[in-house]
Design a protein around this ligand. Structure first.
Ligand code: SF4
Ligand code: SF4
Length: 306
């Protein structure tokens, strides 16, 4: 048996995760617990089935095939689900759906390969995302090694919270690395994400030591991303400190500001998890433009892939 791993989604035709048309691979597992996370199915590495109540027509087909005798509202007895997936195969409305699947890496590669013409004509490729792609280092190493040999461009989106040396070879195969910096204040970072920021700050510095295997003397392009949320990290002081830090340790990096969005909140419903933070909101365009000006005043260029 080859390398296997937990995949939330393979999303072809992505245009916001790097250059051109890309396939984004959402890999499950994440050491952070950001209070605004829009991908809660990616918290852990296990197969997960979701139930979207608003799509359900109450036909009962799922109940008839379930070996565990679970009813239509699986969220009240989810602990008995063995993730066999039989209900997802009979649900005509896609109300029951696989949210995390245990996949063979070679099947992932076959899927990627189907869209090779789109990568070629658009200057696109593959983007690793999550969850946290570095939380499955063996799978990441296998996929990046094989995709490198296929000649496709690779990017990664990461929280920055990982053991750098264990994923260095994978990072050195990338063309572009997006790394988050969610807050400069260690206590606020811990409060909002569940982990301190010291490892992330260190890894931003470590990015400067990467050397691409096919660009001697150069590393991958770097974009430090801030997901901007009103009242959490949108103060001018926090954004200025973030830009000043990046300028100090990685002056060639660009920065991107992403306004908070709540697109993934329906997933909490599908998993039967309460979402406790409806108060989060995005700054308006004027505020975002001002914060970009703050970054540029610290000598850092702005990136915009949205
Ligand atoms: S099979 Fe799908 S649509 Fe029918 S009851 Fe089950 S979840 Fe609802
Ligand atoms: S995945 Fe299997 S065990 Fe879980 S609810 Fe569906 S049919 Fe039942």
């Amino acid at each position: 048996m080859g390398v296997l791993g937990y995949i939330m989604q393979m999303q072809p035709f992505s245009v916001n995760d790097g250059e051109g048309i890309r396939t984004t691979i959402f890999m499950a597992g994440c050491p952070l617990r950001c209070k605004w996370c829009s991908n809660p199915e990616g918290f852990s590495q296990r197969e997960i089935i979701g139930w979207y109540q608003r799509k359900c027509i109450g036909c009962g087909d799922c109940v008839r095939v379930c070996p565990q005798g679970i009813g239509i509202n699986m969220n009240i007895e989810r602990d008995r689900c063995i993730s066999c997936g039989k209900c997802t195969e009979v649900c005509s409305q896609n109300a029951r759906t696989r949210m995390v699947t245990y996949m063979d890496a070679d099947d992932i590669l076959s899927d990627i390969h189907k869209h090779r013409l789109f990568y070629a004509y658009s200057g696109g490729g593959i983007t690793f995302s999550g969850g946290e792609a570095t939380s499955q280092p063996e799978l990441l190493d296998y996929l990046t090694s094989e995709i490198y040999d296929m000649g496709y461009s690779m990017d990664i989106e990461t929280s920055g919270y990982f053991d750098f040396e264990s994923v260095r070879p994978s990072l050195e195969r990338m063309d572009l690395i997006f790394m988050d910096l969610k807050h400069m204040d260690p206590e606020k970072h811990r409060y909002y994400t569940g982990v301190p920021n010291d490892r992330i700050l260190e890894n931003i510095k470590n990015l400067g030591t990467l050397r691409s295997i096919d660009r001697p003397g150069h590393g991958p392009d770097i974009v430090i991303r801030i997901p901007v949320i009103c009242g959490v990290n949108d103060s001018e002081d926090n954004i200025r400190q973030s830009a000043a830090y990046v300028h100090k340790v990685l002056p060639e990096a660009r920065m991107e500001l992403l306004p908070y969005h709540s697109f993934g909140m329906i997933k909490y419903e599908a998993l039967g998890i309460p979402y406790d933070h409806p108060e989060f909101s995005a700054p308006d365009k004027e505020r975002m433009d001002h914060l970009k000006d703050v970054i540029m005043s610290e000598g850092i260029l702005i990136a915009d892939y949205r």
